[in-house]
Design a protein around this ligand. Structure first.
Ligand code: CA
Ligand code: ZN
Length: 527
């Protein structure tokens, strides 16, 4: 049977969610309406109008949409348009429980070390020294472990846990995060600086992690890694204080030591030395990393000097000249990406302000300025979502676009927290709908979930074992066509169709801990 071109969230909706169906012009034909039918007996429970969706370049235009938000009765359904029928889906309170748990278990599946893999002693690049570093999560499709990637991941997980701990009742989030933190602690040099990453010199073939036995190497230290480490560990320390004060102290002490190094050293930007060809994760602007570290240390210690120093970076970055080539990193942005971490610093300041209204260091003027800034950014993102056929909230479709829209939704949720405005919340939820099936390629982008999940991810353990690991968010469309497979198969397509469920297409179908964590955050907030 030919797959229909009716797009719904393949997992389903919560009773009170906005519920939208999307359909191509071709599938719509002459139909003016869609029907919502019960899966059990085909009974029509709702008929609604199909209206033209906004025409946008990214999806290619010519889509129609319908709204069945008024149906709140739990059950299993499908949508019909003319002779076409959508995948089945559910309406239920707990509809996202399984997918949420599987996206968390992915982290446990990604654990390195434990006596099984990458147990060798690493060389410290260019020094002749050796160091034993164990643990941490494998980063992505490969087995590297990178501090900036790990930081973003840990921060997403901890922020989600902080906002809604009840959503993690069936998963030991702090235990899982601790596995990464224990590894991060080993990545610090005696002088406080932090190695950028540990990996082999080159990517391996599609083999299991225990079969990668090449020499491990610790790449040079960097400002980005050292500042991320300081920000992340200082924030994390608060979560372990009650149950394990010694571990909490260890984290905070390491963060303080990293910050001491940062105060006395100019920026050290990371680029791969010629002998190392694994993921570079380079970043030419580390003002946001320094801001994040300082905000986090201010929150952890109460020392106003950290705040004063943090605000200097904020003011300086605000003065960036407009740069149309890099609009996503020009001026102040509450970023939540591995190279854009300002949002984490700002979230922490807002937490301090909310928990301690007497805190005189955070002046009402400063807090008002932060609020205005967040709401202005969120409104721009909301506007993009509203002008998109699939309510997609970005104008750019980069490598890892599925993670990026979760990060943009995070900004809308910050604005929702400040204003209570439902339109921010609903647009954030719409990104979950997009990822789980409301998209022009009709994929559920999480492995093991939905009627048409990704089944050929660029993920070595899946490829080598022949078993697709569940709970992984595919990177999703990448308009740049950055790998040979994408160039061969996707040239000329609209950006949101530049996706191939094919193992070689690393630029569209890789997975990564920090895309998963962005999804974990968003799903925890809206489910
Ligand atoms: Ca940066
Ligand atoms: Zn490993």
């Amino acid at each position: 049977m030919k797959e229909s071109e009716i797009f719904i969230n393949q997992i389903g909706y919560k009773p009170l969610d906005n519920k939208n169906v999307f359909v191509t012009n071709a599938a719509k034909g002459d139909a003016k309406e869609f029907t919502l039918c019960k899966k059990s007996d085909g009974q029509v429970v709702f008929t609604g109008a199909l209206t033209a969706a906004p025409d946008d370049e990214l999806s290619g235009g010519n889509y129609f949409t319908g709204d069945f938000s008024s149906i709140k009765t739990a059950g299993e359904y499908y949508v019909c348009v003319g002779q076409e029928r959508s995948f089945d889906f559910k309406i239920a309170d707990n509809v996202y429980d399984d997918v949420a748990l599987s996206t968390l278990k992915y982290f446990t599946d990604s654990r390195c070390g434990q006596g099984i893999c990458h147990t060798g002693i690493a060389e410290v690049y260019g020094t002749g020294e050796k160091k034993n570093v164990q643990g941490g999560w494998h980063d992505a499709g490969d087995y590297g472990r990178y501090i900036v990637a790990g930081t973003k991941t840990v921060m997403d997980m901890l922020l989600a846990y902080k906002k809604c701990p009840e959503k993690f009742a069936n998963f030991d989030l702090l235990g899982e995060v601790r596995f990464e933190l224990e590894w991060m602690l080993q990545m610090q040099r005696d002088d406080g600086a932090v190695y950028h990453k540990i990996s082999c010199y080159h990517f391996c073939a599609f083999i299991m992690p225990q079969d990668e036995k090449d020499q491990l190497v610790l790449a040079p230290v960097s400002t980005a890694a050292t500042a991320d480490f300081a920000g992340c560990l200082a924030y994390a320390s608060g979560f372990y204080k009650a149950d394990d004060p010694d571990f909490a102290k260890k984290l905070l002490d390491a963060a303080l030591k990293a910050q001491t190094y940062l105060f006395s050293h100019d920026d050290e930007f990371y680029i791969n030395p010629p002998e190392i060809t694994t993921g570079g994760y380079g970043d030419r602007d580390v003002r946001d990393e320094r801001y994040f570290a300082l905000c986090s240390l201010f929150a952890a210690t109460g020392d106003k000097n950290y705040l004063t120093q943090a605000l200097k970076f904020r003011e300086e970055k605000k003065k960036d000249k407009p740069d149309p080539k890099h609009p996503w990193n020009c001026g102040w942005q509450e970023g939540f990406g591995w190279p854009f971490v300002a949002g984490y610093g700002t979230e922490i300041l807002l937490e301090v302000a909310a928990e301690n209204e007497e805190n005189t260091a955070l002046s009402p003027d400063l807090i008002a300025e932060i609020h205005t800034c967040i709401i202005a950014q969120a409104e721009k993102i909301l506007e993009i979502s509203n002008s998109s056929a699939f309510k997609y909230c970005s104008k750019l479709v980069f490598w890892g676009s599925n993670g990026a829209i979760c990060d943009l939704a995070h900004i809308m949720l910050m604005a929702y927290d400040l204003t209570g405005r439902e339109d921010f919340f609903k647009a954030a939820k719409a990104q979950i709908d997009y990822i789980l099936g409301c998209n022009p390629v009709n994929y559920c982008y999480v492995t093991g979930a939905g009627s048409k999940p990704v089944v050929n991810p660029h993920h070595r353990p899946s490829g080598a074992s022949g078993r697709v690991y569940p709970g992984m968010l595919s990177g999703g469309p990448c308009a740049g066509l950055l790998d040979a497979y994408a160039k061969e198969h996707l040239t000329g397509l609209p950006a949101l169709k530049c996706f191939a469920d094919a193992q070689p297409s690393y630029s569209t179908n890789e997975v990564a801990i920090y895309w998963n964590s962005a999804f974990v955050y968003l799903l925890a907030r809206v489910r």
